[in-house]
Design a protein around this ligand. Structure first.
Ligand code: F6P
Length: 382
């Protein structure tokens, strides 16, 4: 029977939903009945730490991959069997590890090394689970003849070409739970809480997390906010008797005429700065202008952690199975996707080069700084 080897890696920020996707790639690729029907025997090899694991591969051993679990060695891929991945779908993060390594880093381009390591490892196809950066690298590698298939993941849900990216639903659940917790203490102390979520360019997390948790004000990167308007909205609400308020702000949100808030000027190898600080800025502004006890908190990586929600487990499963379907059909340079409620695929190129942002006309109420109050025929999966 013909044998074929699939490599799989997770790149960029981790999130819930990666391990379920890996599990279902392995289970589908190595399923005994499907193997007989296809007449092809697949083997799945896990690459450690995203693209980093394809840069420095240990070629000294005749079998360059090791069994899981063993001593962690990022330079040695691991053999993924059904036994190994059996329980993975219950857990967050990625057991393969991840990194923000860019083989096409202009300061140190190592893409040729990656191409030759893929050949050396005998990978007939490579499944890359990632966001715009990881999938952008996969797309460029396809120009060098690498057979790539993408699975979309990012808690920001800002990839075009798909209505869902793994990790988003779990992160929205975290925001909702944490805001629920804040409400009791906020009410007891009559405080305003400003909750900063992730969301570098896109406001989906803040918007849908804010909607789900009933936040009073939601600030998103797609619409620059006026602090004066924030004060005015709070005053109006307080006049109506509100004892406390919850404000949800995306890390990438900007005040009118201002820039995004960064924690430092250092760039990662894809050219991104680490964002943070807008929540504190808003809280300090409110405290000073309204003389009200106001605190801020940053949810940060809590949104990426923990067990995957039921939806992320299901979507990880469906995307994993679909990625293998594409390989079986020989349909490469494509990303699996959810569109109009259907699991399908799009050219990988569609997932790169632009972002899926909140439409502030149809999906945001720019007067109330909140979700829409008129919603018939508005798309809520984008
Ligand atoms: O890209 C997803 C994301 O979670 C962004 O929302 C956030 O800005 C970034 O990753 C944080 O990345 P890191 O964990 O590398 O600081």
């Amino acid at each position: 029977m013909r044998k074929s080897r699939i490599g799989i890696l997770t790149g960029g920020g981790d999130c819930a939903g990666l391990n379920p996707a890996i599990k279902w790639v392995v289970k589908t690729a190595t399923d005994e009945r499907l193997t007989r029907e296809r007449g092809v025997e697949y083997e799945v090899v896990g690459i450690r730490d995203g693209w980093k694991g394809l840069m420095d591969v240990d070629s000294s051993s005749p079998y360059p991959w090791q069994d899981m679990p063993q001593n962690y060695d990022a330079s040695r891929p691991v053999l993924l069997t059904q036994d190994v991945v059996r329980t993975w779908d219950r857990y967050g993060g990625t057991y393969l590890g991840t990194s923000r390594t860019n083989p096409y880093d202009p300061k140190n381009n190592r893409s040729q090394q990656v191409v030759s390591n893929i050949k050396m490892l005998g990978l007939d196809a490579l499944i890359t689970i990632g966001g715009e950066d990881t999938l952008g690298v996969a797309y460029r590698l396809s120009w060098e003849g690498v057979n790539v298939v993408g699975i979309p993941k990012t808690i920001d849900r800002d990839l075009p070409g798909t209505e869902y990216t793994l990790g988003f639903d779990t992160a929205v659940n975290v925001i909702t739970e944490e805001v629920d917790r804040l409400r009791t203490t906020a009410g007891s102390h009559k405080r305003i809480f400003v909750v900063e979520t992730m969301g570098r360019h896109a406001g989906w997390l803040a918007l849908e997390g804010g909607e789900a948790s009933g936040a009073f004000i939601i600030l998103i990167p797609e619409y620059n906010f006026s602090l004066e308007r924030v004060y005015e909205l709070i005053r109006q609400e307080r006049d109506k008797g509100a004892r406390y308020n919850i404000i949800v702000v995306a890390e990438g949100a900007k005040p009118d005429g201002g820039r995004e808030f960064v924690l430092g000027e250092t760039l990662d190898s894809f050219g991104h700065k680490t964002l943070g600080g807008v929540g504190d800025f808003v809280a300090k502004g409110i405290a000073a202008a309204l003389k009200t006890d106001t605190r801020s908190m940053v949810l940060s990586h809590l949104q990426r952690g923990g067990a995957p929600s039921a939806f992320d487990r299901r979507m990880g499963r469906y995307f994993g199975i679909a990625a293998v379907d594409l390989i079986v059909n020989g349909e490469f340079t494509r990303m699996v996707s959810l569109r109009n409620g259907k699991i399908t695929s799009v050219p990988l190129e569609e997932a790169t080069g632009r972002l899926n942002l909140v439409n502030v006309v149809t999906q945001y109420d720019a007067d109330r700084y909140n979700g829409r109050r008129s919603i018939l025929n508005v798309s809520v999966m984008v």
